[in-house]
Design a protein around this ligand. Sequence first.
Ligand SMILES: Cc1cc2nc3c(=O)[nH]c(=O)nc-3n(C[C@H](O)[C@H](O)[C@H](O)COP(=O)(O)OP(=O)(O)OC[C@H]3O[C@@H](n4cnc5c(N)ncnc54)[C@H](O)[C@@H]3O)c2cc1C
Length: 439
Amino acid sequence: MTSESELNTIERDLAERLRNQLAEVVGSTQVLTEQDMVAGYVTDWTGAWSGWTRAVVRPGTVVEVQQVVSLCRDAGVPIVTQGGNTGLVGGSVPHRGEVVLSLRRLTRLDPVDTISGQVTAGAGVTIAALRDHVRRSGFDYGVDLASRDSATIGGTIATNAGGIRVIANGDTRRQVLGLEVVLADGTVISRLAGIEKDSAGFDLSQLFVGSEGTLGVITSARLRLAPLIGGERHVVLLGVSHPSQGLELRGPRVTALEFLSHSCLAIVSAHLGRRLPTTGEHPYYVLVESSRLPQLDPNADAVVDERLWEFREAITESLSTQGVPHKFDVGVPLARLDEFVGEVELLDGDVFVFGHLAEGNCHVNVLGPTDYETVADQVLGLVVDHGGTVASEHGIGVAKGRWLFHTTSPAERAAIRRIKHALDPQGILNPAVTFAPEE
Ligand SMILES: Cc1cc2nc3c(=O)[nH]c(=O)nc-3n(C[C@H](O)[C@H](O)[C@H](O)COP(=O)(O)OP(=O)(O)OC[C@H]3O[C@@H](n4cnc5c(N)ncnc54)[C@H](O)[C@@H]3O)c2cc1C
């Protein structure tokens, strides 16, 4: 890996001058350069992706973001925008000295617009903070995920995050009514009026959803809210022989539908120091949350308990205690799900599969083999063979770019390159992330 020590003297002087200019904009305490201060910003949540940075900059206003972006552009220094740094594909950390633009201080939270059921939130607001805020007004936010205490509005929009409520509310894209974005040239576009139906040309805001910091810096969002569902919540864990058996539980009262392999349940039980919750062992388990107790076969091995969520939510954390797994977040057509999961579990290493069942989303984690590329070729190769997507909800980051070569056409990749060039001609925004690999 390149390190700052390899910068030549001219570049070091330029970096020093840039740091001073950045400090004039945001204040010297908001420009971090010391090793121990930047450590949490240069390595990702998994520990698998790490790099170095010329500086971490923490602007507190949109105007400061504009000035920081302009200074970096003028200096020709690339930027990695960062929210909660919970991304799992290496897109949130610097790789070759990029300035880290941390937006955690953009915590604007407007009062809920109860007439339209909408709210405007700053990019640095966490999902948990947004949820608490809107619940006080009788609403809910439609996206929820286990990283809620750190993942931000900006980051979840930039990755089009999914999570456990997609079955009821759709993905993040569905919640976004408009955005405020700082472009690579330092100008701002703002669509925060919250117009529910707008056919006046392109929906420019939607272009930035899922763009992973490569097209602009999202500073605020106008979000659609979901109704707050009160009353009873039944959480059931059911042992099954194939994940698709759980699809029979779909229905209007279902607010979450997840599946996990036996290997996942076993590792979480060991980590939490608890017994398996079901009576027997099964190849897979389905976790359903519903406002009405689902009708189950009287012979089903099922447990009902709201605390069962812990077994689902602690999977990622339990796996990370065993090492750094190779992580793949993929999706396959529902008709191919059982076949895909069965085949992926036969691959080399310890394979753990879980995901959001109703969308055919599978989180495949592999412990054991050391070489990422070999494991990626096997897992993503199976995904392509089954007509799936190599990024179901975490995005492309630096982990999966070359695989888009297999799932996009040359014409699509050429169009993507033209859009990127039009909005970021100098290529300063998250340059390590590409959606259009070269042939
Ligand atoms: C325990 C755990 C559980 C998870 N569960 C889920 C899940 O169920 N579903 C799911 O989809 N993901 C999940 N994730 C992944 C992660 O939480 C999401 O990808 C989340 O959307 C990242 O948000 P963040 O604020 O941490 O973004 P970061 O990790 O900081 O950044 C992610 C990407 O977005 C870009 N970005 C960040 N902020 C901005 C901005 N303001 N403007 C432009 N670009 C920006 C970054 O450059 C980077 O490319 C999980 C992660 C963990 C650790």
